[in-house]
Ligand binder design. Sequence first.
Ligand code: CMC
Length: 469
Amino acid sequence: MHENTKEITGIILKAKEKAIKETSREPEPELTKPINWPVDCVVGPGLEGAIACETRIGYVNGSKGWLVYRGYNIFDLCAYGTYEEVSYLLMYGYLPSNTQLTRFKKKLIEYRTAHQTKRLLMGFPIEKMKPMGALRLGTNLMRQEFTDVDRDKYLSNVARIIAADEDSIPMETTPMGEENAIYEFKRQQREDSIKEDLKHATGFESCFHLLSGVASLTGAIARLRCGQMPIEHDPELSFAGNLIYTMTGKKPTPVEERVMDVSLILHADHGMNASTFASMVVASTLSDVYLSVGAGIAALQGPLHGGANERVIEMLKDIGSEENVPAWFEKKRSKKEKIMGFGHRVYKSYDPRARVLSPLAKYMTKENKKSKKLYRIARTLEKEVIKTLGAEKKIFPNVDFYSGIVYASMGIPSDLFTPIFAVSRVAGWTSRVQEYLRKNRIFRPRAMYIGPFDKEFPPIENRGRTKKS
Ligand code: CMC
């Protein structure tokens, strides 16, 4: 381990110590036991409190501020683990041995190239798209590259039309015409080279393909949007190191690589959040894991979810100085506007991820005047918010409050912050989709209909006069 990265471990363990001091250790017994369906629970708007399934993957205790993956607390995973190990843990349920980890990393490297998908992506105006939109597109292209699902349908239809006109071709021998026969032959050849699991696009292999592919595409998108060519990953660097390198074109320092690794671990999974739920809903229809991850990306980009990290940096720049914080905050509070990077549906205490990211942001900005200023504004704002909203409504900083400052200190532009969140969360999305599919039941809640009945259908000329309801 590099000397300076030991300091990072020290920072994490200090955050753990503080968390232990401030929180008690018993889990919530009512939320950590097998379910006897149907289950009684109190459900609020936005499905608050609704129990949708059992899981062994992760646990969030909002009142105490704990985050646990597969039984391990988040602080130990950050202090002693790597993102590759944590992804393996989430997916398989246990930490890998040396041999298992080596094999797993080899697989991730194999999938990292994604040449064909990157080439396809370059056919789109990436520089005019928001990176999250481009990432969603790229995920779809990965699916197409490996499964050919969409292309099958299209070509068969064309071939069917051709076949309908070709009376001269005997139906028994070439039912869909010569073009289709050639296509089918080529498809067969292509399929032979695709791993069994990838063909149906729902298995573990597809999950690993996505884990590496989404990271690789994020690097490519970061470059393409600046008019530069994607760069090849460096086999000497870790998953986290390559993410920084392929996005910025700059080899990360050991500290930057380690801090990015910690951040990826912190974001890898987080209960039934909106994007995880969106992925699971798509998977529950027996769609495929590429489209599930695409749904996760779509949900994550919103400012109430993963999109908040980008907004935090804009907000801190807008505040401008520590002195401006009280007046700025009072104005927002009087207008009842939300402060980005604060509050959480589950955490009604300090988010353990922010406990780690806050001191890391301090550490990373200590040498840089500009980012140090942003950090100082953030700390002052945190104090103001906790003093008022913390006391009144249990609102504390969440994971998005300090992550942007950390990424900005590495020279990463702010519209890539949410894609980095997505890269990490692929581990959680795919693990939970795989777990849910084992006992799958299609998601189908109800809405309470509160509209009218027995309305008469009006002729079109009368409609402007009827009242809207
Ligand atoms: N600033 C000011 N007031 C807030 C905030 C905030 N950031 N968050 C919640 N409140 C208030 C809200 O106004 C409401 O007050 P009242 O009861 O007087 O009307 C109360 O707290 C409950 O808020 P809510 O919006 O009903 O809470 P929710 O559980 O539906 O929403 C949330 C959770 C994260 C969407 C919300 O806290 C929020 O919009 N935060 C800002 C955006 C943000 O930072 N998102 C990142 C979330 S963490 C990363 C992730 O997992 O996605």
